[in-house]
Write a new protein. Structure first.
Lengths: 257, 257, 257, 257
């Protein structure tokens, strides 16, 4: 044991034995879903099947959003230079930052601050939300997790809230998020609906996830999408092509609805 | 439409509508697992529930392997400098390369080459495997996906093959992998068992996944583990500490077995 | 010209003509040093030969600091997995963050704040420095650019200030940095000397460089050092070795002094 | 001394003493240029002033090539998401790969192979070059370092060769590169002139640099250019803008020639 000896509480590895947060990995395999295992490795507790289902839905909601987001463009740009798959994934992950994917953590911090103020104040939730938004407006800070450049009624948001409701996992943070949405509409005189990042933020708060790893849920969800873009770039496109950030068209399968 | 107009077949995005490989994302949410959605976005086809279960098990098997692998150490090293979560994840992904995680793609290529030779030759599978391994030995090339520095009977390999069998998904590539394991033992005079990368390689071949994205399955599986290490490094350790690559100890939960 | 048309003022490229900040690149070659060209491309102005010499010294001062810093360890860890050179460089760059290399930008911001306060206040430089440090102490914020884990009299700091003096480039920010050093010693009752980051910060302020690119001077300086570590790792060490962060020894050339 | 004890021959660090390849860093500062120090740290030997001048010119030649190359676009894409400077630099470095910047290493390997064949054969240089190119043509392999998408007479190539000539540093690899250029014109019936990567490759071979770090010269040269693009993106452009890869215009300083 050297002076640099240190401790970790995630995974224990011995010859022929691997324990993830105390569970033998081979007993987890076939029994829990990848989504449940992600929750376990991040939070240290086994989620119920209901929580697992909600986590699955959160990841599915953000798995891809086409070729337009900067993460897909960064991954494709690097892939088109002949780089290895992992380099192109890394470049995409580097683009998941403040203005792209970063909304989850910031929205979580907003909802938590509101919740703390509700606990310590005598004012109503609506009053507190109005006051906090008013202060943000004065500081010219936008509320993260509201509004979307493309979607006015994001189908993912609606579905996430519906699922959380059905699974009994919609809690006080969802109701705070809805109060913020309402107050923003009053303040701005126009609708700025909760977007998918805001919805995920509210649900992760209700699940007790720390905001510091909020963005990880977006990163984990999107890596498979990035891989799909990289693979398409490498197998379908010419190397070093000029990648237009908007002028592309979907020509894949369309299914009857 | 500019001269740079291009086409993509992964995801179609319209205001308030998002289709992943032709499926409305909000219909996928709550119905398919994250693992199934990953298979869908990468392969373009909806997997059966059985395939989904096997993919879930593959991802769970590789979600983490403690603090020792270079990807965990690279992520922790970057995290300890105060970097953002996504930077630390990117550094870990960059370490998933030729000698770490990279075995999946190489093992897939070996199994596919063997399978092609079986189709075009009159010799038996055993003879072909022996011949190919003999040639590799002369070229001083090792067979990827066999042997492990820590595990002699990797619990993950056994469980993956058992699950594939139960789900009816164990095919000719698994039998090729087993033939290689047997031939290696004869050639080397000692056991060099299939490791988890080799097992995943065989199963992905049987599922019809292209080898170019074989390593993606390791990257996707491991990103959540990297996030757990980064989060622990940032919340439990001092910034800029010297991170010993071996002298650490598990002090997390132990569960009765 | 599309709707996305945009403008850039760095480099103009035409067939057989390349202008860097308005200068034909082939006229710069052989006439200006790399260090001068770096200043030109970053600041948009041609530096005098004196400024060029100081920039050269700044870059030389930070070109390498052995195998211990996290950037060298991150680069080596990734290189040891068989990754490409550029991936290993990228991992090292990702480790040049808040607590490693990041001190330059923060120290620049501190010196600029002090300078602004001197301009708008009637108090002496010494009083203002004391007041600002006192406020930082209350907020438990450390002054970046002072103190070093290994060096008590960093030879690089002394030489940088001496060269700046000789070249006539030592200005009011260097004197502010010295005032901070003095005030820190009074405040803490022990010496916390300007380190190389603090010295570079003061000199870059005197050269009129913006703090937003302060850390770039460290990144640019250190990339060659990272390449040397990556090359040594790939050619001298075994792949996938466990890289001890402290227990290494120099066995290269020693020159008579 | 632990079992993991290891050795390095790059930099020796003691309290208040830093030796780069055996030279005290503070004695190098003010005496050698950054370019000379880069050569020293990479090669382990102090270059002559002439070699230093040529290395300076090599780095200046490749410091930037406008906003069009994938490295600049990757860096800008990541910067536009609000990422830190070092993340955006890392993304640009990841794009310096096989088809972008990667030509240097490949061209060096070609020139070295030709040179080895000249040594061991009785045929003339011209015959050997013709034979090797003919074999490459049959294998559908292009010669790296020849031809450019934009420049037919790259001003950088001409200047590099002229400087090397004047400095007495043009050797047998430059003459091999010229022989390849001539043979390519005969083989293809049209001119495919040496590009800047090919010229740098020939000069690095004549300087005795190993091909494994050939691309490092491009990475080191271009990082300052990437920083300039990132800084412009962050200070002049709106976050999350759609970055057109071609439709941009230079609006910076123009100087009288």
């Amino acid at each position: 044991m050297s002076e640099l000896h240190w401790k970790t509480s995630i995974t224990e590895v011995h010859p022929n034995k691997i324990y993830i947060r105390g569970y033998p990995v081979d007993e987890l395999m076939g029994k829990v879903s990848f989504a449940q295992a992600i929750y376990l490795v991040l939070k240290g507790e086994m989620p119920s099947p209901e929580v697992g289902k909600l986590i699955d839905a959160i990841f599915v909601s953000s798995i891809d959003h086409g070729a337009g987001p900067p993460s897909a463009l960064a991954s494709r740009t690097v892939a088109s230079t002949g780089a290895e798959l992992n380099s192109a994934v890394a470049a995409g992950v580097l683009a998941i930052s403040k203005y792209h994917g970063g909304a989850i953590e910031e929205a979580m911090r907003l909802f938590i601050r509101i919740d703390e103020r509700i606990d310590e104040s005598e004012a109503s939730k609506e009053e507190i939300v109005r006051e906090i938004l008013e202060n943000m407006r004065k500081l010219k800070k936008r509320a993260s997790g509201f509004g979307h450049r493309i979607h006015t009624k994001d189908p993912r948001t609606k579905k996430l809230f519906k699922l959380a409701e059905e699974l009994g996992l919609s809690g006080r943070y969802v109701s705070i998020a809805l109060a913020v949405e309402k107050a923003l509409e009053e303040q701005l005189g126009k609708s700025l609906p909760i977007n998918v990042d805001g919805a995920i933020a509210a649900l992760l708060c209700d699940l007790g996830i720390s905001p510091e790893i909020g963005n990880a849920f977006f990163i984990i969800a999107r890596v498979p999408g990035l891989v799909a873009h990289i693979h398409e770039e490498k197998t379908r496109m010419k190397p070093m092509r000029k990648i237009h950030p908007e002028d592309f068209e979907y020509d894949g399968v369309r299914r009857k609805e």
